[in-house]
Design a protein around this ligand. Structure first.
Ligand code: ADP
Ligand code: MG
Length: 170
């Protein structure tokens, strides 16, 4: 069975945000197995200001699912966890984006990998630094450490979780 290494970004800015991150992680099994967890960060909204602050986290997972099947799985978890359609960059209970999928490059209407906004988003690069600082972006060929130098990190605050991160997945 082919096993892929994938980085997924999680974000929530509605309801019990910490629980939403945890529920999202717990919903991945059995097809998708988390293997590393970044710290959780509290971050200002991006793209549209008039909304609550986000909690963001990046996880590394192993899976045999191909990219589009993984996207379908993430979209269905978002729906099961109660995410309702809003507008682009609007408030959400949970957002799950595929950042990297091995060193694959995909550019289609439904799926772009690597995620096209990685280089612009400190809320993705800071948590990536926790778990994969040496990972090389397959398009720009720059390591995460190098990409992270180009974004302002001052508004990305470490969040103290009430429950231990990844406790169920040790
Ligand atoms: P946002 O852009 O704010 O994350 P959504 O989560 O609603 O908004 O995603 C909109 C669409 O983005 C999804 O329906 C999906 O088809 C598409 N998409 C493209 N590339 C990716 C990716 N790498 N990860 C997740 N969704 C993606
Ligand atoms: Mg999304």
């Amino acid at each position: 069975m082919d096993s892929h290494t994938v980085f997924i970004s999680l974000g929530s800015n509605l309801g019990n945000r910490e629980k939403a991150l945890k529920d999202a992680v717990n919903s991945l099994s059995p097809d998708v197995t988390p293997t590393a967890f970044s710290k959780i960060y509290e971050t200002p909204p991006w793209g549209y200001d008039q909304q609550p602050t986000f909690l963001n986290q990046v996880i590394r997972v192993k899976t045999a699912l191909p990219p589009f099947d993984l996207l379908d799985k993430l979209k269905s978890i978002e729906k099961d966890l109660g995410r309702r359609p809003t507008f682009r960059y609007g408030p959400r209970l949970i957002d799950m984006d595929i950042l990297f999928f091995d060193a694959i490059v995909i550019s289609s209407e439904r799926l772009t990998i690597p995620h096209p906004e990685i280089e612009n988003r400190a809320f993705v690069l800071v948590p990536m630094m926790d778990i994969a600082p040496d990972f090389i972006h397959p398009v720009s060929c720059r390591p995460i450490t190098n990409l992270a130098k180009d974004v302002s990190k001052k508004k990305i605050k470490e969040y103290q979780p009430k429950e231990e991160i990844g406790r169920d997945h040790a």
